[in-house]
Design a protein around this ligand. Structure first.
Ligand SMILES: C[C@H](N)C(=O)N[C@@H](CCCCN)C(=O)O
Length: 479
């Protein structure tokens, strides 16, 4: 009997790595769809006439349901109550449903308004909001899957590789989406990414079959009943009394708000400030996920072996200040500086997550871990929603009349019977030739500078709290 259990699926190295490949590829498709529109800002605005505030409404939709409707918290509870298989498959279906709605918004180009918002913007934002409920729930579920299969084995490595695979998804979107859109049209890359989500759902279904087999073998009973990772409402009271939790949750909010919204505005900054061709708008920001794919596991190993978690987060926050100062400074407007900044951003964006996520178990007790991660994601989503909206609004305020001039040109081209794609191409040409204005990001970028300075302050406070409370953030993770 013991032998039978020992030779279970969990103890099979091959089975574990197959699980890792399945869920990592599924998350790659999720992160790819997450950024599929990001490098198309210039093209979308030129083709459909969205102003920056409307772009902010769509790209900030990540948090509408996750924060306001509490869907992230609900996702945690569903994962706890209904289990991994149900939640993985459901989150895959939700992502696909949201993606289909977003695609519809672009292919159908619906006219009129919904709740005072242009219908296309409203539907694209609704689709993205639904997609993000699935994507965030999938993120929590995959963490739990990896704990189930890798606990006591290669857990940190598996998490690092899964994150690297997700980053590859972001990079593919940033490099590929504008090229496909330039060669075909804007809806096509969105359609391809949605089809890939279907592949992701199939991967989750295959995983569910393995998971069912694992559970049948009986060994999983102990793991499934290990409630340390489960979401519990009653735990919230304990967690929020811990000052260290607040420092790390707020640091997460500020830090990720200075990075993920960069994907949404960075490509357009490259076009408007550095004169990059819109068909290659994602190329420079695309090096960010590629760099982090390679560096995150390196810094993770460094933290495991040498410690200095709080100091790593401080260094990461300092690097982020440098990056956003470079992007802000008007005179640093050559492509070389754009590359330099993205390289430094890649180092910063590898340092902080590699120390942040493994530090959570040092700050909160194991039994509150699942709840803590769900709460941190919830707080983080406030920033991922609010910052793109704020940046879009401020960009419009700082560039009075620019959107109006672009609109007027668009209307006259439309009156000549050109399609949205053709109008977009023409407007792009006119902006490159200097016949139409670009957006000046200078003042707007101060939002990112401010966020990174606040992140540095929080990272210093966290280090001080670590000294006071003895979390051991500066100590190695490995004995
Ligand atoms: C956006 C998402 N909520 C997020 O924070 N993703 C992190 C990975 C978190 C992994 C936690 N085990 C990211 O850096 O992509």
């Amino acid at each position: 009997m013991t032998e039978a259990i020992k030779s279970s699926l969990r103890d099979s190295k091959t089975a574990r790595w197959v699980v890792l490949i399945l869920v990592s590829l599924a998350m790659l498709t999720a992160y790819l769809f997450m950024e599929i529109l990001s490098p198309l800002k210039t093209m979308v605005q030129n083709a459909y006439g969205w102003d920056n505030s409307q772009w902010g409404i769509v790209t900030g939709a990540q948090g509408y349901l996750n924060v306001f409707a509490g869907m992230l918290i609900l996702g945690g509870i569903i994962l706890d109550k209904m289990g991994i298989r149900f939640t993985a498959i459901t989150s895959g279906i939700v992502m696909l449903g949201g993606a289909a709605l977003k695609y519809y918004a672009f292919i159908a180009e619906p006219g009129g308004d919904i709740l005072g918002i242009p219908s296309q913007v409203f539907l694209a934002a609704s689709g993205f909001a639904i997609f993000c409920v699935g994507a965030e729930t999938a993120g929590i579920t995959v963490s739990k899957i990896l704990v189930k299969w890798f606990k006591g084995k290669e857990l940190a490595l598996s998490m690092g590789l899964e994150m690297a695979s997700a980053r590859l998804g972001s990079a593919l979107a940033l490099f590929g989406s504008p090229r496909i859109a330039a060669a075909m049209d804007i809806p096509t890359p969105i359609m391809f990414a949605a089809i890939l989500l279907l592949v992701g759902l199939i991967l989750f279904l295959v995983y569910a079959m393995m998971d069912a087999k694992y559970d049948k073998e009986g060994e999983a009973v102990a793991s499934e009943s290990d409630s340390s990772d489960d979401f519990k409402i009653s735990d919230i009271g304990h967690i929020i009394k811990n000052p260290g939790f607040w420092y790390i949750a707020l640091l997460c909010l500020l830090f990720y708000s200075a990075v993920f919204p960069f994907y949404k505005y960075g490509p357009d900054l490259m076009v408007n400030k550095y004169g990059v061709d819109p068909a290659k708008a994602g190329d420079i920001p695309g090096w960010l996920p590629i760099g982090t794919m390679l560096l995150t596991p390196v810094f993770g190993t460094l933290y495991d072996r040498k410690g200095k978690g709080a100091s790593i987060m401080i260094l990461g926050a300092i690097l982020l200040i440098v990056v956003h100062l470079i992007y802000w400074t008007p005179s640093l407007d050559t492509v070389g500086f754009a590359y330099l900044a993205v390289i430094v951003l890649g180092i910063g964006f590898s340092l902080v997550p590699s120390a942040m996520w493994p530090s959570v178990p040092k700050i909160v007790e194991d039994r509150y871990l699942g709840t803590s991660y769900a709460l941190i994601f919830f707080i983080q989503n406030i920033g991922l929603m609010g910052i793109p909206i704020l940046v879009g609004k401020v960009l419009d305020i700082m560039n009075p009349g620019v959107s109006d001039k672009l609109d007027a040109a668009r209307e006259s081209l439309k009156a000549q019977g050109l399609s949205a794609s053709e109008v977009g191409d023409k407007i792009t040409e006119m902006r490159i030739a200097g016949d139409l204005p670009n957006y000046d990001y200078t003042n707007t970028w101060l939002i990112f500078v401010g966020l990174t300075i606040a992140a540095l302050f929080l990272a210093i406070m966290l280090k001080r709290q670590d000294k006071k409370s003895g979390y051991g953030l500066e100590k190695p993770n490995m004995a």
